[in-house]
Design a protein around this ligand. Structure first.
Ligand code: FAD
Length: 261
């Protein structure tokens, strides 16, 4: 058993002050605790942020949906307000893991962790999200840097995520049958300013497929997807799916998402 110091922070300032290169924030613990138990990670300080009121809550306006960082997946899935504004977002939350994971896992923990197969990063890119931290506001495309990597500094805390309400959108994924993480997940969102097609599960980090987005901007129909070549270069190849299979699934699920919009 590894020992560590447990802190329950009363506010964001205290949590940030306690953080160091050898600490982790405890949101739902859905990644942090299994990683520690399996010996994949160890920390000197665990900083519990669950009691910080500022980090919770859902706010919907005519243009945006803002979700506090410690909001659990089940709360997003069950939110009538979010469902009315962005139904694809509640559907995404409802498809994460299993009831236990959805009852503990948080939106802030999910995007800070940036698992290459996680669902929320795709929503952030597709819905032009702004990641609001205790120091700054970061555009989603600049936030996700690589496999399990973001631009967050060690003492930086995500306070909320602000999503732009699209004209229409849909998220479709091929779930891993055990974990429900995305083998491939495609989020299509049509905004007044253009179209985003974000892909998770296929590469080492979520990305916006500019070719698919351009094709759909010109002609928002699943037939437009047919004419786009999806290269398997740089795609993950593992026990779940080969790179070629994933490339095919990107196209198939992009079409499915457009049809479901
Ligand atoms: C069995 C299983 C199945 C799952 N299936 C899916 C799935 O289908 N799809 C999917 O997308 N995800 C899935 N997940 C991931 C899950 O949804 C959690 O969101 C994810 O594990 C992060 O957990 P957490 O929110 O409890 O964060 P924690 O584990 O508490 O924290 C994770 C990391 O984020 C950092 N962090 C947390 N909150 C903040 C914050 N506010 N600011 C800055 N840094 C922060 C912590 O320091 C830590 O490094 C699954 C997890 C499990 C265990």
């Amino acid at each position: 058993m590894k020992t560590f110091n447990y802190h329950s922070a009363k506010d964001v300032k205290e949590a940030s002050k306690l953080a160091s290169h050898n600490s982790a924030f405890l949101a739902g613990g859905m990644t942090t605790l299994p990683s520690m138990k399996l010996g994949l990670a160890s920390y000197k300080d665990i900083i519990d942020i669950k009691r910080i009121k500022k980090l919770s809550g859902i706010k919907v306006t005519s243009k945006t949906v803002t979700i506090g960082a410690i909001t659990k997946h089940v709360e997003v899935a069950n939110s009538k307000e979010i469902k009315k504004a962005i139904p694809s977002l509640t559907a995404l939350a409802d498809g994460i893991g299993d009831p236990q994971v959805r009852n503990r896992g948080t939106i802030g923990g999910s995007i800070a962790n940036n698992d290459p197969a996680a669902d929320y990063p795709a929503a952030c890119i597709a819905l032009n999200a702004m990641i609001i931290t205790n120091n700054r506001k970061i555009i989603a495309e600049n936030f996700f840097r690589g496999m399990f990597e973001t631009c967050l500094k060690k003492t930086e805390i995500i306070e909320a995520i602000e999503f732009e309400i699209p004209q229409k959108s849909s998220y479709q994924k091929l779930p891993n049958p055990a974990s429900r993480y995305a083998v491939v997940g495609v989020y299509v969102a049509k905004h007044k300013s253009g179209v985003n097609v974000s892909i998770t599960g296929a590469k080492s980090c979520v990305y916006n497929d500019k070719d698919l987005a351009q094709a759909l901007k010109n002609n928002f129909s699943s037939s437009a997807v047919d004419n786009v070549k999806i290269s398997s270069s740089g795609m993950n190849s593992d026990i779940h799916a080969s790179a070629n299979y994933r490339a095919n699934m990107v196209k198939a699920f992009a079409k499915k998402a457009v049809d479901a919009c």
